[in-house]
Design a binder for this molecule. Structure first.
Ligand SMILES: Cc1ncc(COP(=O)(O)O)c(C=O)c1O
Length: 405
């Protein structure tokens, strides 16, 4: 197990160390939940100040022609660099859930004989719930949600789209994107990747894998702030053929021609529905710009090392790690199964170590290489060990369930 001295030495040698100071991390907190809500980049404070005081306050509606109207494609083009896409294949819009809906309905309408969404049981709830809603909007459509071991067999002549979350929100298990995209294509289906837990956390190469569609969150590893807008990717070859079922005026070819009829914009702009959330996009852009400064290979190497550090601590404490040990087969968080996972999580938070809990028995800790150090992980491990040793997590106050866990 890594000692504190070794952790200090590892931090001193860490090429990513300067990024820590680019975040407003609170004193006395070890933040292991950046996979759920990324911390505040200092540049986002300045960007929001400028957006609110100058752009909104002084420029008023002139702001639309001074960068606001282009923000969805401009920021989308930046996110493209993190996911192996071309700049014109990504747009920032809506939430991940809404983007899932738009992409799934479009995929269900592509080919008349293909009306089934295949996905994994235990996928993130919104993926399953939105898929349920999408099939309700297309005649003859159905949802086939099966265990992971049955996914390949479920693909067939009627599959419209295989919907997979690249990195699993509970276990951090990562699908082999190229292999699963190829399987979907062999069956004649499209594939839609939910990148919420992989963008900024793991290597993603959508075009290298030949993927068709993807969505992802802005508020996790992109550090875009609470409720940040999400993104949508549509491979260039599908851009003319697929249509947005939420055919709002911002996706019209000429929104300010004020026509009665809908004509979709070419390219990614057709995936906009209504007016973009300009304030939220200012913070998201600051988060994305910061991440783009980091070297992805260095992030991957440090993520693996942070994981090994925490996995060794978990092993020493007798915790059951449910995340893959192979760095190429996982994202950037580690999950432990424990009967009192909720209580443990609450007891950790009381000591300033913020992770989260996923029902029914998962303690999830985000090991985010951009701003965490080895000392954070070692200290968090010491606190976890102390809690387990004295059993303080069993105090009744730690069993009270909050609305958001
Ligand atoms: C895989 C996955 N998809 C989607 C979401 C959330 O979607 P939304 O931003 O629409 O709430 C999450 C949030 O944790 C997620 O983990």
């Amino acid at each position: 197990m890594m000692t504190l001295d070794q952790a200090h030495a590892a931090d001193a040698a860490d090429p990513l160390r300067p990024f820590r100071d680019r975040f407003a991390l609170p004193e006395g907190v070890i933040y292991l939940d950046g996979n759920s809500l990324g911390p505040l980049p200092k540049a986002a404070v300045a960007a929001m100040d400028d957006m609110v005081a100058r752009q909104w306050g002084e420029r008023l509606i002139r702001g639309w022609n001074e960068g606001w109207i282009d923000a969805p494609t401009r920021i989308g083009g930046k996110i493209a660099r993190l996911i192996g896409a071309a700049p014109h294949e990504v747009i920032v819009a809506d939430s991940t859930s809404v983007n899932l809906f738009k992409a799934l309905v479009a995929a269900l309408r592509r080919a008349p004989g293909r009306r089934t969404i295949v996905t994994e049981l235990g996928n993130f709830p919104t993926d399953l719930h939105i898929a349920e809603g999408a099939v309700g909007c297309v005649e003859g459509a159905r949802l086939q949600a099966v265990p992971r071991s049955e996914l390949a067999a479920a693909l067939g002549d009627d599959t419209a789209v295989l919907l997979l979350t690249h990195v699993h929100y509970k276990t951090a298990d990562r699908f082999d994107m190229a292999a699963w995209t190829a399987r979907a294509h062999e069956a004649g289906a499209l594939v839609l990747w939910d990148l919420s837990h992989s963008v900024g956390a793991a290597a993603v190469d959508l075009n290298g894998a030949g993927a068709d569609l993807a969505v992802g969150c802005g508020y996790k590893y992109l550090n875009g702030g609470p409720g940040a807008p999400a993104f949508l990717y549509v491979a260039e070859r599908w851009q003319a053929a697929l249509g947005n079922p939420l055919s709002g005026w911002m996706g019209h070819e000429a929104p300010f021609a004020m026509e009665d009829g809908y004509r979709p914009a070419p390219g990614m702009r057709r995936w906009l529905a209504g007016t973009p959330p300009v304030l939220g996009m200012a913070a998201l852009e600051a988060g994305v710009d910061l991440l783009l400064e980091a070297d992805m290979a260095a992030l991957a190497a440090k993520s693996a090392a942070l994981f090994d550090t925490m996995a060794a601590i978990g092993d020493a404490l007798g915790l059951a790690c449910v995340s893959p040990r192979d760095p190429d087969a996982r994202g950037s968080h580690i999950s432990f199964r424990h009967r009192q996972a909720y209580q443990l999580c609450q007891a950790l938070i009381a000591e300033g170590v913020i992770g989260d809990f996923r029902d029914p028995d998962i303690l999830r800790l985000g090991l985010i290489p951009l701003y965490l150090g080895f000392e954070d992980v070692v200290r968090a491990g010491e606190i976890l060990g102390a809690i387990l040793a004295d059993g303080r997590h069993l105090e009744p106050r730690f069993a009270i369930r909050q609305a958001v866990t």
